[in-house]
Design a protein around this ligand. Sequence first.
Ligand code: NAG
Ligand code: NAG
Length: 789
Amino acid sequence: METDEDGRTVTYTVVSADRAGSGGAVLWKVATGVLLLVCIALAVALGVVVAGDVKPCGAGMAAVTVVEGPPGVFDDLTAAEIKAARDYLLGVTPLGIKPIGEATFYDNYIYVVELHLPPKAEALSYLDSNGPRPERQALVTVYGGGRTQPVVEQYVVGPLPNPTRHTAHTPAGRKNPIPWHSRNPGGIERSLMNEAMSQATRQMDDILAESFDGFRHNDCGELCLLPLDSVPRGFRSGERMTWQRFHRGVEGFFLHPLPCAIELNHTDMDHTRWQVIQVEYNNQYFPSVADFVQRYNDGSVEKVRVPAPTGDAALYSSSRRHGSPAHPSEPLRGPELIEPDGRRYKVTGRHIEYMGWSFDWRLATTSGPHLFDVRMNGERILYELAMKEIATWYSGSDPVMTSKFVDGGLPVGGNFELARGIDCPTTATFFDTVHMMDKAGPVLYKNSVCVFELNTGIPLRRHYESNYYDGHSFYGGLVDNALVLRTIQTVGNYDLLYDFIFHQNGVLEVKATLNGYVRVTYYHPNQAPYGYPAWGGSMANLHQHFFNYKVDLDVGGTVNRFETVDITVDNVTLPFRPDVRHFLTRLERSQKTREAEATVQYDFTKPKYYNFYSDNHKNRFDVHRGYRIQLNGISKNLLPKDGATAVNGAAWMDYQVAVTRRKDSEPSSSSIFNQNDLYDPVVNFQSFIDDNENIVDEDLVAWVTLAAHHVPHSEDFPTTATAGNQLQFFIRPFHFYDEDPSIASPNAVWIGRGPGSSQNYVDRYGTPEVSTCEPKHIPMNYDGRWHYA
Ligand SMILES: *[C@@H]1O[C@H](CO)[C@@H](O)[C@H](O)[C@H]1NC(C)=O
Ligand SMILES: *[C@@H]1O[C@H](CO)[C@@H](O)[C@H](O)[C@H]1NC(C)=O
């Protein structure tokens, strides 16, 4: 063994020993053996020293992820609460609701059970003024396929865990009743759709097999074609017609589209009347399967042959390693986080405390991560900060690429298990979540949310003060340690990362990151305006991602104002040089009084800050204590907002920020029913604005939209990477604190030298510099499966 220049141990293999003369060989072997023994002895001795001196790092603050006793006000329903709500409602005979396992398409059954939040006033009275604890309630969505006029119903069931009553949920901020055609196809409908598809495609299976290298849709064994859905299901309100393109069922099937798609009309209430109304094959359209088959057989169809990729060529859609790495010859591990003094955040159930910050979180089954009661140094800044909707608008003349996804409505969306060490650092604390959607009972999703403290690798603040003579007069700095709450939502092909990042200077960063497979179609030259050709004859089409967040700021209480601080240009003369005109920028505070004025459509020529404050809260300089929203990831929806487009169902995407009066009856900018009627949606966000209410000294909500265009490129294969695909907004103090609150951190370092002294004086405020503990190794232990709870 030797040590190279960088101090790494290098092992040399003696290859010549056996080829040397016999006596020499014995000598060599003995010498090598002795040396080896010495090496082992040294290593053992070193090991003893290490084990004797270095203790395992402490655990730090408590992380109790599951607490005994009643759940917190904002906690998602427990498995027991979900079961109680389900069983109660199944027991209300007049409602005629059947367990999902026994229900058909023509019965009434429970689709989702999730938390029904208490009214804000009740929650605040409990949190702030010793009011009664709000009752725990469930919001239950029922598919009423068995009603004379089929309809979607919602009931509020309470009080949990022993419910005694249910009331129909029909909030004012949306369409009531919920039209039957607005529902997502649940598993029951989907199996009927699959049946109809199978029946229809049976006659064309041989053609599929001939065209696609033996792959067929029915009785397919190992060589299966999988139909992939697109939405919306039609181009007018009430239509329910779904285009499905065949993909080859291999690893990464999302990237294996084939030039054949089918449109199924499942509008009819009677599923036996569902039928295929169009077939697309090699960019030719046919009004029925029979017509297609006949024309294929009589030779009037332009045929296509797509061989199945084999060997390395099939790996393009796989996450398994291929290619030659630009790496050291042996794989080495990358840097990892350690917590030398253990956890510096405290977890009590869904309540988290970190460096002055505190908040509660939940993971809503039908929309995503929500934070509640976010406070800094005990002062509430946000009542709610929640992901409310995500959308992806595709482009292309191919029927599946007219897709407009509004994913809150997709039952396949889910926050699944996170991998320790990859999705979250090894040091993270993981949480399980429980959901009941389109299932007989609550399902446990292991490790689906994580929280961790991060060394972001950048100083939060630093300054080197030069003495302009021989060096520094002082240096001051603080690393940006921040707490991150993360969950990742897999929506079919995409994996969307949601982060909430709490910095020590009172800044809350909200981030959405794109990852996963791109959505592709089969390349045909007429698709050239919408993307680039790629692997396996596919093309990934141009699309735009949108994320809508509800930001219920309570800055100095619930009575708030919203202003923009506008930066305008002035043309003035100045007293010290009255003979010339001076052009400069100036501030204009512009308070907004009505909802219609409080929408932001970003204009480069009119830069503004978006600030929220309370009229009677001022800082030491008599300035309103505010929190502002800063947008770092915006792009404009280019499609016109009229009946012909789907934008009605996602009207929020027209505004980077829209400020409205907060109402319990307007809990969300969207609903799980918007996807299936984007033209006349159940929740039309525009109506929140159009009543044009007063927003002065009211409880306000900012609806924030992050967005980005994605022009997919060959490096999106196999999957889109996070680098460059992160969209953020920040909720930042604006005169809220008299100075940077991180100045109080004992983790800061100040290095100065006395007058005329060359000695450095280093102040670490009691924080030790070196770590003397052994970080604990926590194995990854990935399961990946879902479990009934
Ligand atoms: C789809 O089905 C509905 C209900 O049966 C029918 O009214 C409509 O005409 C069908 N649409 C097409 C395009 O076939
Ligand atoms: C600036 O103001 C002066 C005086 O009113 C005016 O003559 C001049 O046109 C202005 N310049 C611009 C660029 O607006």
